[in-house]
Ligand binder design. Structure first.
Ligand code: R5P
Length: 296
């Protein structure tokens, strides 16, 4: 197995290679003055099982094009045996169907492009709708970093904290966390207006009075959903409130919005690198590659 850390996941890709004790082939990359991407492999991949690590957080279109260039070049020009793409944050996964007539179900197009460029297997982390991924053309394995986030809080002394998910669909996330934190679980019901994108939360009571509450979610983008959830949990009398999120996109003032709404802390993973990416998904990905990934 050869690991290729893509431009967007240099540190994470190297960490995975270190854990697996596998060789790296570095990528030389640059952005041309007009914004186009340049990619060059600085090593051989011929006849190798190649694992490309490239997250597709913003600038997602650029990061996706880089991944497509990498896969296509390695598979078709440099004659790699197989291409596995590790895409910790999978762009466009939230647009997984046509919610309104005529809308592009974007994630399908992205997967088709990856397949056309030679990718035969994808690993991702806490994808927005894992059920949809199972219907796409390439085998896509969705790993969960929620236990790692819950462990982080347990190690910080929050055993017994109440685990909250956002939206009923996310309840499994709270259940996963509660198995580790052992303080019970629940969810805050959310609804997003399909046209304006505005999120509202249902103001149902939560059993968090004088307790530590940890709100788990897959993505913090604008921070609007989490900020509203934090404010409501605060109103319900929680002692401390923490936002735990896998993919920290942190667009604009997302972080300060959440803190100002009453969160005591925000933590996330290095699926998308940021100054609050305190939990690494490298061991999770390395383990999955060993058990179910490309051969070594
Ligand atoms: C929604 O379904 C997701 O799980 C997140 O809650 C959402 O994408 C977060 O977006 P934002 O931070 O912009 O509210």
């Amino acid at each position: 197995m050869i690991i290729v850390p893509g431009p967007a996941s240099q540190k994470l890709g190297r960490k995975i290679a270190e854990l697996l004790k596998q060789k790296i082939v570095p990528i030389e990359f640059k952005r041309f003055p007009d914004g186009e991407s340049y990619i060059r492999f600085d090593g051989e991949v011929e006849n190798e099982d190649v694992v490309m690590v490239q997250t597709t957080s913003p600038p997602q279109n650029e990061n996706l094009v880089q991944l497509l260039l990498m896969a296509d070049t390695a598979f078709k020009d440099l004659k790699a045996k197989t291409i596995t793409a590790v895409v910790p944050y999978f762009a466009y996964a939230r647009q997984d169907q046509s919610f309104r007539p005529g809308e592009a179900p974007s994630v399908k197009t992205i997967v088709t492009l990856l397949q056309t460029c030679g990718v035969s297997k994808i690993f991702t982390v806490n994808s927005h709708n894992p059920a949809i991924l199972k219907t796409l053309q390439i085998p896509i394995e969705d790993l969960s970093a929620i236990p790692l986030l819950a462990e982080h809080f347990k190690n910080k002394g929050f055993n017994g904290a109440f685990s909250l998910a956002l939206g009923k669909k996310g309840l499994a996330t709270a259940v996963e966390a509660a198995k580790i934190l052992e303080g019970g679980y629940g969810y805050i019901s959310t609804q997003r207006d399909r046209i304006t994108g505005k999120v509202t939360i249902e103001k149902k009571s939560l059993p968090v009075k004088d307790r530590d509450a940890i709100i788990f979610d897959d993505i913090i983008s604008s921070g609007g959903t989490m900020a509203k959830a934090v404010a409501w949990t605060r109103k319900q009398g929680a002692r401390t409130i923490h936002a735990a999120c896998v993919h920290l996109l942190l667009i604009g003032d997302a972080e300060s919005r959440i803190i100002q709404s009453g969160a005591d802390s925000i933590v996330g993973t290095d699926s998308v690198s940021s100054h609050i990416s305190v939990v690494s998904v490298a061991p999770l990905i390395a383990e999955a590659l060993v058990k179910r990934g490309a051969k070594r």
